[in-house]
Design a protein around this ligand. Structure first.
Ligand code: SN0
Length: 316
């Protein structure tokens, strides 16, 4: 693997899953693989799981890890071309990424969607700028349009918990007070489409994901109809793609409740976290036996370690 920007960087998903399984069985087997190699974890947005699982993964491979919160410790970055930089931004990504590329062997970047300019967000200008100007392998720790490390962890988790060979997986939109990116939903859909599952997406009208993301995946506008016979319910909020970045509804009737979970085939409940209790999902579901959110979070170490392992082996 040369970089990990999206699922397009995975040539053999089955083999990657097999590798993840081995790594989970023996996470300390490759402590010397990353010896004298370094990774810079660069955050332009908050994080709990991503920063800690990425550090754990890199340390498990014997790498040197350094972390920077750009907003609290770095200069405000400029990304535009030919900008007269007499405003807030002190440093251009051309220099910042160029410097980081000289300090580290691998760079991992988190930079959320602006939710203001769809064309800019969907062109992944920030992630591409880091890739171009650093000249080093880049790992996506949630970009404007995707969160592939999360989707990979979700796939590992589904494989561990599935009973059916081809489980029915339902991605359900749920309400939220803030406008959130489509990144998690986009990547989840892309990875599920490449996997042996029956995927159904349910959301209110106006929350349709980009055509190239959803492809021919069935979209059901009646949440309870979608839940019938589901083996996994994956809850996530996202803001509108068509009416870009807007909250069209916060209708509480879309919250995941035990009553709705009872319509399923004893489905497992999933969410990438952080989750707003009693807004996205009621306490009873999250605290109940069907919730596998902590397994997902645990597998974030495995997904990052698998990706890093492949980059170390094949590209460094
Ligand atoms: C992010 C998102 O993309 O939805 C990160 C998820 C891994 N989530 C949030 O920003 C939640 C913030 C909140 O206020 O609940």
């Amino acid at each position: 693997m040369k970089q990990f920007l999206s699922i397009n960087d995975v040539t053999d998903l089955r083999a990657l899953l097999e590798k993840a399984k081995q790594i989970k069985l023996n996470p300390n087997a490759n402590r010397s693989l990353g010896k004298n190699k370094s990774i810079g974890l660069i955050f332009l947005n908050p994080s709990l799981r991503t920063r800690l699982s990425a550090q754990r993964a890199a340390l498990n491979l014997g790498m040197d890890v350094v972390l920077l919160d750009v907003n609290s410790g770095g200069w405000k970055l400029e990304f535009g071309d030919s900008v007269i930089m007499n405003g807030d931004s002190a440093e251009h990504v051309k220099e910042a990424a160029g410097v980081l590329g000289r300090y580290f062997d691998v760079l991992a970047i988190r930079s959320f969607a602006s939710l203001k300019d769809r064309t800019k967000d969907y062109s992944e200008e920030v992630l591409s700028a880091f890739a171009t100007y650093s000249g080093k392998p880049i790992i996506n720790m949630e970009s404007a349009t995707g969160h592939p490390l999360q989707a990979f962890a979700d796939l590992i988790t589904i494989n561990e918990h599935k009973v059916q060979e081809r489980p029915k997986v339902v991605l359900s939109w749920a309400p939220h007070p803030k406008a959130l990116p489509q990144a998690v939903a986009n990547s989840f859909v892309r990875w599920m489409r490449a996997s042996e599952v029956e995927l159904v997406v349910t959301h209110p009208a106006g929350y349709e994901l980009a055509d190239e993301v959803i492809g021919s995946v069935p979209v059901v506008y009646e949440q309870q109809e979608a839940f019938a016979d589901a083996d996994f319910i994956y809850a996530k909020n996202w803001s509108s793609y068509t009416n870009y970045g807007k909250i069209l509804t916060t209708d509480p009737s879309w919250m995941i409740t035990q009553e709705k979970m009872n319509l399923t085939n004893q489905a497992k409940f999933m969410h990438c976290l952080p989750v707003r209790r009693n807004v996205i999902v009621e306490d009873g579901v999250l605290d109940g036996e069907s919730s596998i959110v902590l397994h997902q979070a645990e597998n974030r170490i495995i997904s990052m370690q698998t990706v890093l392992h492949q980059i170390l082996k094949e590209s460094l």
